[in-house]
Design a protein around this ligand. Structure first.
Ligand code: PLP
Length: 417
């Protein structure tokens, strides 16, 4: 009665599910129903709910330090997390880790880093290049670089200018590279930001890693910084630990969140090279990155993240990821040429099915509510992105649960939506 839910038209929305317990892939409600959490609770809960190893790490950390101010003080779990993150990112390319609270704040920090990087060098550059369809979060900077439209129309007037490149489908890849080069040549671009390999909120749209590598090379040629928003793509989602593991060309900044803590506590990281960090070193205090949040470097979240990294070191986690990728691939083959499907998109552990829709491909497609309710009635929590249904379940999902999901999706396709 007093709660205002996110992304929800409170006047018309169905009653929310009242979840009273969560374990592994399952959510249990007050009215004794059980749902499989097919989207890992907004794509965060990678190891499943209530993982004992993460729980124990949080509890042990609580007995030592719950939270401590992170300016003028530090603590061992933040140091451990930073060291471990740098060591698992490619080639020791990244050197510095800045902590914040979630995906959007990780992006805000990245934007402030790139703008101030050029400002501190007395070469202020004000333009950012982003991809059409991008989603980088709901704070102002993150909205400004995201796809403009009904989600952010009330605020558009307040956004800084952003140049947008069309989504790189194979047919237009070369033209976009020429266009990007023309823009970069102006010398006005501070950075380019992308969700590498797959755009999440745009409907799990995939694009080529080779194209992305080419644009990174171009950016480097014209001194444009590159930000990878790996908030959604990290932590095994694309089949490798990070999406950038599919590439040899690397960004200057990477943003992480969501599955970072195994999805149990909010935490964001913005990770940069030494080249960026060095531009903030000065005798002048105002050249510092004057940014921080009360919960920056929260010790419980850092402990959860370290415990999640332990789980990624276990072979069984990667066996599950590999098996999930394979099962999704096999299932997708059974749907080939389906008359109700516009396109099937596979990226590692993510399977997305774009349904043919009279409203076109839109978040507010009428199919969305029909599909959402159908799956709930069948024990699955799947939140479609408009006419795109997708699954990215926790890695502990069992073969039986996966079979059930596939069966229900197949059945849904036989209904009159
Ligand atoms: C690619 C990407 N970036 C940033 C965000 C924002 O993260 P948060 O919701 O934690 O603010 C999201 C959230 O879905 C995302 O998918």
């Amino acid at each position: 009665m007093y709660v205002w839910h996110p992304f929800t038209q409170m006047q018309t929305a169905d009653e929310p599910l009242e979840i009273i317990r969560a374990e592994k892939t399952l959510l249990f409600t007050a009215d004794h129903k059980t749902y499989i959490d097919c989207n890992s609770s907004w794509w965060v809960n990678v190891h499943g709910h209530g993982h004992p190893h993460i729980g124990q790490a949080i509890s042990e950390q609580f007995s030592l330090i719950d939270h401590v101010i992170f300016a003028g003080a530090t603590h061992p779990k933040a140091v451990e997390l930073a060291e471990r993150i740098i060591s698992i990112l490619p080639e020791k390319h990244f050197q510095k880790v800045f902590f914040s609270d979630n995906g959007s704040t990780a992006i805000e920090v990245a934007l402030k880093m790139v703008f101030q990087f050029w400002y501190n060098k007395n070469q202020p550059k004000k333009r950012i290049l982003a991809l059409e369809g991008a989603y980088h979060g709901d704070t102002f900077g993150a909205m400004a670089i995201g796809q403009r439209g009904y989600f952010n129309a009330p605020f558009e007037h307040f956004f800084f200018d952003v140049d947008q490149l069309e989504f790189p489908t194979i047919e237009i890849e070369s033209r976009l590279l020429i266009q990007a080069e023309e823009l970069f040549k102006t010398g006005e671009f501070a950075a380019i930001i992308v969700e590498p390999l797959i755009q999440g909120s745009a409907g799990m749209r995939t694009y080529s890693s080779k194209w992305l590598e080419k644009i990174v090379v171009l950016a480097r040629k014209y001194n444009v910084l590159v930000i990878f928003d790996e908030v959604m793509t990290a932590w095994g989602r694309t089949g490798k630990l990070f999406a950038m593991n599919h590439m040899t060309e690397l960004p200057d900044i990477v943003c992480l969140s969501k599955g970072l803590t195994g999805g149990v506590l909010p935490l964001g990281l913005t990770i940069s090279t030494d080249e960026i960090y060095d531009a903030f070193l000065s005798d002048e205090k105002t050249k510092a990155l004057l940014h921080g949040h009360s919960f920056t470097g929260n010790a419980l979240a850092c402990a959860a993240a370290c415990a999640s990294l332990d789980l990624f070191e276990r072979e069984e986690t990667w066996e599950r990821i590999t098996s999930l990728c394979k099962s999704n691939l096999e299932f997708s083959k059974t749907l080939e040429n389906h008359p109700k499907i516009e396109e099937i998109r596979l990226c590692g552990t993510i399977l997305a099915i774009e349904l043919k829709s009279v409203d076109g491909n839109t978040y507010f497609s009428g199919i969305r509510d029909i599909a959402y309710r159908y799956f709930l009635e069948n024990g699955l929590l799947i939140r479609p992105l408009g006419n795109v249904i997708f699954i990215n379940p926790p890695y502990c999902i069992t073969d039986m649960e996966l079979e059930l999901i596939y069966e229900k999706i197949t059945q849904f396709l036989t209904t009159n939506f």
